[in-house]
Structure formats: C-alpha cells, structure tokens
Design a protein around this ligand. Sequence first.
Ligand code: DER
Length: 224
Amino acid sequence: DRQNEKALVGEAAATQFVKDGMTIGLGTGSTAYYVIKKMGEMIKAGMTLKGVATSKATEKLAIECGIQLIDINEVEELDLAIDGADEIDANFYATKGGGGALLREKIIANAAKTFIVVADGSKKVQSLGKFPLPIEVVPFGYKQTERAIRKFGCKTEIREKDGEIFVTDNGNYIVDCSFSSIQNPTQLQQDLNNIVGVVENGLFIDMVDVLISIKEHKEISVEY
Ligand code: DER
C-alpha cells in the first residue's frame, strides 16, 4: 500500500545515499518522514550526521530522531537534500508545496550538491498540472496577487487550515492554482515568480538529480 511504498523509498534514500559526516537537507511530508526516521537509526548506530530542516514540523521530527540541526546560513552547500513531491514527470520536473513548505524546500534543494526526490508510485505523471500548483504569496494585497495569478489561466484558492487562512513558516499565504494542464512549466515558473507579491512557486524545474520511486511489484527504482 501507499504508506509501505513511502517507507520503502524513504529508507532506500537514506541507506543508499546518506554517508558518515554529511550535512543533509531534511524534507517535509509523509515520505520524508521515513528518510528522517532512518537517519535517526543510522545516527544511533554510530553515524555522524547534521541536518537542515525545510519546515518547523521537520525540525521537531528531526530533534525527536536525534539529528543535530544546523542553520542553513552556517553552510556553503549541503551534501544532499532529500524530499518528497506532489507529482513528478519524466523530465524530473516536480510540483511541490502540498505541505506548505515549498519556499524553504526550494532554498534547501538549491543549496544541495545532489537533490533526491522520494516518491510513492502515485506521484509519477505524464505531465504536471494534476496537482494544484502551490504558490507562496505575501499577505499584503494577496487578493491583487491572486487576480494577477489567475490571468495565467488557472483557478485559484487561498489555502485555509481549520477555517483560517493557512500561514507558512515564513508568515506568508499559499494560493493553490488549478491549471487544466501545464504545457511549458519552465516558462510558467519564471512568469509566476515575476508577479508582484509572489514569493515562490512549487514548480521545481531542472532541480531534481535523483528520483527514488517504485516500479511494479514493490521494486525500488533509482533514476538519474
Ligand atoms: O509539501 C511538499 O513539498 C511535500 O514534500 C509534498 O510534496 C510531499 O508530501 P508527501 O510525501 O506527504 O506526499
């Protein structure tokens, strides 16, 4: 089942790529959860590792797992960043942000020598756009920003949580954007980030180096 697939790919990422002495970007979400748990076991077995968390939720989980956290500003670059994705296509273009952590995730993925995505079988798509694209916007004038985003041909919805507007770890809002299909994600990524009020969007273009996913019969696939 899906949870089992998340565990398989998450643990595979840790055991195959995490080496003693590394500094690792720690992803956010239910798949990255298994990576972090496995890293905690490796530390208990004697490995020395440091982590940079992509969200406050991941900071909490990492501390529970005994991973020493450092501030992203203390390092030039990370050895690895390992994170989930909401969808990923054959070009390794990915949509992220389902968990609301896309800004820190993108900063940390950018800072890593190697960026690894761990994804259960449900995440692989022919082309992006099945999953509503999360866009982080500043709260001031967010309705203006939302109207400007809609001009790109999508339906927009301000993300809510428990009946309130969801606020990211950075104090911003998320606009979830439903496109019928995304033909040119590279162009869209640039256009969206040019909109006044947009902080960052969840299109990860030319960023993913390794995809660890599931082939049929629960076989793990590692693609470069
Ligand atoms: O919010 C995010 O970007 C998460 O990584 C998300 O894309 C994957 O979450 P999941 O592993 O819980 O499906």
